[in-house]
Design a protein. Structure first.
Length: 139
């Protein structure tokens, strides 16, 4: 089992004490930062490469800390708006928790009904950091 802590810094835009909130997330993750990307969707190809090379087990959980859910379309090409859709499509048993203060929308509005139906059982939303009892292990 492997988990990914995926942080987009736009999550911290409107929060009080953003440095402290980031530090708490990194402490919760309890691991060094693997890599930093300038364009957030570029992280997906890094995850796939690490799984392919065997340096990361196929993820079973992703904690997606972001102002956006990144599942806004089903385009074949990965882009900034859909890379989390591709992650859920690629790793069919992977659960995603979208950590967000105030969701501006839902992936349900952007994905075809049958796709959302298959993803919805593996997707959750909330501001709290999931505990291991929620099915998300520490990273």
């Amino acid at each position: 089992m492997s988990s990914i802590l995926d942080i987009d810094l736009d999550f911290f835009n409107l929060l009080e004490n953003p440095e402290q909130r980031l530090q708490k997330l990194l402490e919760w993750g309890d691991c060094p930062i693997a890599f930093v990307v300038e364009k957030h969707h570029k992280v997906y190809s890094r995850w796939k490469d690490r799984v392919r090379r065997g340096t990361l087990a196929q993820p079973t959980h992703i904690l997606h800390v972001d102002e956006h859910h990144d599942m806004m379309d089903e385009n074949k090409n990965t882009n900034i708006a859909n890379f989390m859709y591709h992650a859920m499509l690629t790793w069919e048993f992977c659960r995603v928790h979208w950590m967000v203060d105030t969701p501006i929308d839902s992936p349900e509005m952007w994905l075809y009904d049958d796709v959302w139906q298959s993803f919805s059982q593996r997707f959750s939303i909330g501001l709290s950091t999931p505990s291991p009892m929620d099915g998300l292990s520490r990273i």
